[in-house]
Design a binder for this molecule. Structure first.
Ligand code: ARG
Length: 561
C-alpha cells in the first residue's frame, strides 16, 4: 500500500492546477509525528490562487474526502494527514515481510555503473584513504544494485609510473629477494625511501630510475619481471585486507593495463588539435574551463596518471557501456577529475557528463594519519586487528559462552570500522578512537548488530514461529515510530543512491535500531496474547531491514553476539 499516493489522490480533486505527480512530489514527511504522517504545503499555489497559503490550505481541506485517514488537519499553510495506525501499521509490516528484497527498486533498468574504487598503489601500504574508497565504493555498488543498476567494481591499481623505475633501480642496488618475500610492502618502501635519501646526495640516481622506467615501458625483460613480482607480492597483502572485509572486485585492470592503449589517446588528442607543447612536454590547455593545464606526455615521452585515466575512461565506455561512471577517490583529487571530464568533453565524448567523482575526506586514527614516509605510521592491518580484539573483549564479557566467538568477534570488529567509516557524510574528515567505534552502545555498527542479534534472540525464544500475515495489527501506539521507519526504507535507498551517500543508510539503520530498542524496553514482546503474532512480525521485519541495511554497507549481521 502506497500511502503517499493515497494522499496525492485524496488531494487531487481539490487541486486543479497541479497534476497527480506534481502533487505527490510536493508531499512531505514531517520529522515530528505530531505534524502528521504526511503534509502538503500550499505555498506554491499562492501565485495562481492569489490567496494566502493559510486560506488555501483551509479551502482544500474543506473539499477533500478524508474518510481514508484517521484525521486531516490544517496547520497554517500545511494540510497534515494522519494515517489510521492500525491499518497502515499492518500494511507496512506486510510490505516488508512479503518481499525478501523489500526496499529495492528497478529505477536503474539494469544500466551498467562502473565504480573505480580502492585503487591502492603497488609497493606502498594501503592507506586509510584507500580503505575509505574500498568500503564506500563497495557500499555504493550494493546501493546501485538495490536501485536496479548493474555495478562493476574496478580496482584501478596504481601499478605504473616513474616510481617503479626508481624501485627497480633501488632493488638492483640494495635489494634482497628473501627480504622482499618475508615482508614485501615494508621492504619495498624501505628501498624506495633509501633511494630518495641517496638521490639527494647523488642526483644521477634519478636518471637511473627514469631509465629503468623507460625500459619498463619499452617491455624490457628484466624490468618487466621485477615489476610483475613487486606487483604480485603487494597484491597478496592487499588481498588479505579485501578478504577480511569480504569485498570482491570485477576487475583489477590498473594503470599498467592501459600501457598499450595510450598511443590511441595521444593520437586522438592530436587529431583534435588539443595538444600543445610546453617546455618540451605535451599538455592540454584547460584555461577556458578555469582549470590548470593537464600534462599528457613528459619531456622524455613518458606518459602520466592523466594519460592513463583518459585511456581508462574510454576503455570503460567501450567495454561496459556505462550509464554512470563513478570514481571513489579522495577530495584532494577533485581538480584531476575535473580535468579528466573537461578533456574528454573537448575530445567530443558527450558521455563525459556521466562521469562522477565521488570524493571523500580524510580519516585519522587517534589523531594520526596513515602515511608512507613519516614515522607515525598507523597500519590499516593493525587498526582492524585491534578492533577485532576489542570486540572480542566485549563478547567475552557479555556472552562468554557464545559458540563461534572468533567469527563473531571478526564480524563485529571489522564491521565496527566499516560502519564508522560509512556513517559520516563522505566529504567530512574525522578522527576516530577505536574504543568509541567498537562500543555496543551509541552511534556504532556494533549497536546496530547487537540490536539485530537481540531481535533474532527474541525470535529464537519464541520458537521461530511462522508469521500469520492476516493478523498484523499492534494496538500499542509505541510501535508506530518503528513501523513508519520500516515504511521509509525504500525512500532511504533511493536517496542514498541519488546522493552517492552510504551514510544515509547507516544513519537510517541507527534510527531504526534506536526506535526498536525504545519500544522493546517498554513492552512485553513475548507475552502470550492476541497480538503476539503481530509483535513477532514486527521483530522479524525489523531484523530483516536491519540485516539488509548492514548488508548494503558491507557489514555482517551475526544472529547472536
Ligand atoms: N592510485 C591512486 C591513488 O592512490 C588512486 C587512483 C584512483 N582512480 C583513478 N582512476 N585515478 O592516489
Amino acid at each position: 500500500m502506497d500511502y503517499k499516493a493515497l494522499v496525492a489522490e485524496t488531494l487531487n480533486p481539490a487541486i486543479d492546477e497541479l497534476d497527480l505527480d506534481d502533487i505527490q512530489n510536493k508531499i512531505e514527511v514531517p520529522k515530528d509525528g505530531s505534524k502528521g504522517d504526511f503534509a502538503f504545503p500550499t505555498f506554491t499555489l499562492a501565485k495562481t490562487r492569489h490567496q494566502a497559503p493559510n486560506q488555501i490550505a483551509a479551502a482544500i481541506a474543506e473539499n477533500i474526502d478524508d474518510s481514508q485517514f484517521a484525521s486531516v488537519e490544517v496547520a497554517g499553510p500545511y494540510i497534515n494527514f494522519f494515517l489510521k495506525k492500525d491499518q497502515a501499521g499492518s500494511d507496512f509490516l506486510k510490505d516488508v515481510l512479503s518481499n525478501p528484497e523489500y526496499g529495492h527498486n528497478t529505477d536503474g533498468e539494469a544500466g551498467h555503473v562502473t565504480i573505480d574504487m580502492s585503487s591502492p598503489n603497488i609497493a606502498k601500504p594501503m592507506s586509510m584513504g584507500h580503505l575509505r574508497s574500498t568500503v564506500i565504493g563497495n557500499s555504493l555498488a550494493e546501493i546501485a544494485d538495490a536501485n536496479g543498476y548493474q555495478p562493476i567494481k574496478i580496482n584501478h591499481l596504481g601499478d605504473w609510473g616513474t616510481q617503479f623505475g626508481k624501485l627497480i633501480s633501488a632493488y638492483k642496488r640494495w635489494g634482497s629477494e628473501d627480504e622482499v618475500k618475508a615482508d614485501p610492502i615494508n621492504t619495498l618502501v624501505k628501498y624506495y625511501v633509501r633511494f630518495h635519501e641517496e638521490a639527494e646526495k647523488d642526483p644521477s640516481l634519478n636518471d637511473e630510475g627514469r631509465a629503468w622506467f623507460k625500459k619498463l615501458e619499452d617491455g624490457d625483460e628484466e624490468a618487466t619481471r621485477l615489476w610483475k613480482w613487486f606487483r604480485e607480492e603487494s597484491l597478496k597483502e592487499f588481498m588479505d585486507i579485501y578478504d577480511q572485509l569480504d569485498i570482491q572486485f570485477d576487475s583489477f585492470n590498473g594503470e599498467a593495463f592501459y600501457n598499450d592503449k595510450m598511443d590511441e589517446v595521444v593520437d586522438m588528442l592530436e587529431d583534435k588539435d588539443l595538444l600543445v607543447e610546453s617546455q618540451g612536454a605535451e599538455v592540454v590547455d584547460l584555461e577556458d574551463q578555469g582549470l590548470n593545464v593537464a600534462m599528457i606526455k613528459r619531456t622524455d615521452g613518458a606518459t602520466l596518471y592523466m594519460t592513463r585515466d583518459l585511456a581508462a575512461a574510454i576503455f570503460r565506455k567501450r567495454n561496459y557501456n556505462f550509464v554512470k561512471s563513478l570514481y571513489v577517490v579522495g577530495a584532494e583529487q577533485t581538480e584531476h577529475f575535473k580535468q579528466l571530464k573537461a578533456i574528454l568533453k573537448k575530445m567530443g565524448f558527450e558521455w563525459a557528463d556521466d562521469i562522477e567523482h565521488v570524493p571523500f575526506g580524510l580519516i585519522t586514527v587517534n589523531g594520526k594519519k596513515l602515511s608512507t614516509r613519516s614515522g607515525r605510521i598507523v597500519l590499516l592491518q593493525d587498526v582492524l586487528n585491534d578492533s577485532v580484539e576489542l570486540a572480542r573483549e566485549q563478547i567475552d564479557e557479555k556472552n562468554p559462552d557464545l559458540p563461534n566467538k572468533d567469527e563473531v568477534a571478526h564480524e563485529v570488529g571489522v564491521g565496527a570500522v566499516v560502519f564508522h567509516d560509512l556513517m559520516n557524510e563522505r566529504v567530512k574528515s574525522f578522527d576516530f578512537k577505536l574504543e568509541d567505534v567498537v562500543r555496543f552502545e551509541g552511534d556504532t555498527g556494533p549497536y546496530v548488530q547487537y540490536t539485530n542479534a537481540r531481535a533474532q534472540s527474541l525470535l529464537r525464544k519464541a520458537g521461530n514461529p511462522t508469521i500469520d500475515m492476516n493478523q498484523l495489527t499492534i494496538s500499542d501506539d509505541a510501535v508506530w515510530d518503528v513501523e513508519k521507519l520500516l515504511a521509509d526504507f525504500p525512500n532511504v535507498l533511493k536517496r542514498a543512491w541519488r546522493e552517492y551517500e552510504p551514510s544515509v543508510v547507516a544513519k537510517y539503520a541507527l534510527n531504526l535500531a534506536r526506535a526498536f530498542n525504545k519500544y522493546y524496553a517498554n513492552s512485553k514482546i513475548l507475552q502470550d496474547d492476541d497480538e503476539l503474532n503481530a509483535r513477532l512480525a514486527l521483530v522479524t521485519a525489523v531484523s530483516q531491514v536491519l540485516t539488509e541495511s548492514l548488508r548494503l554497507l558491507g557489514v555482517k549481521a551475526p544472529v547472536e553476539m
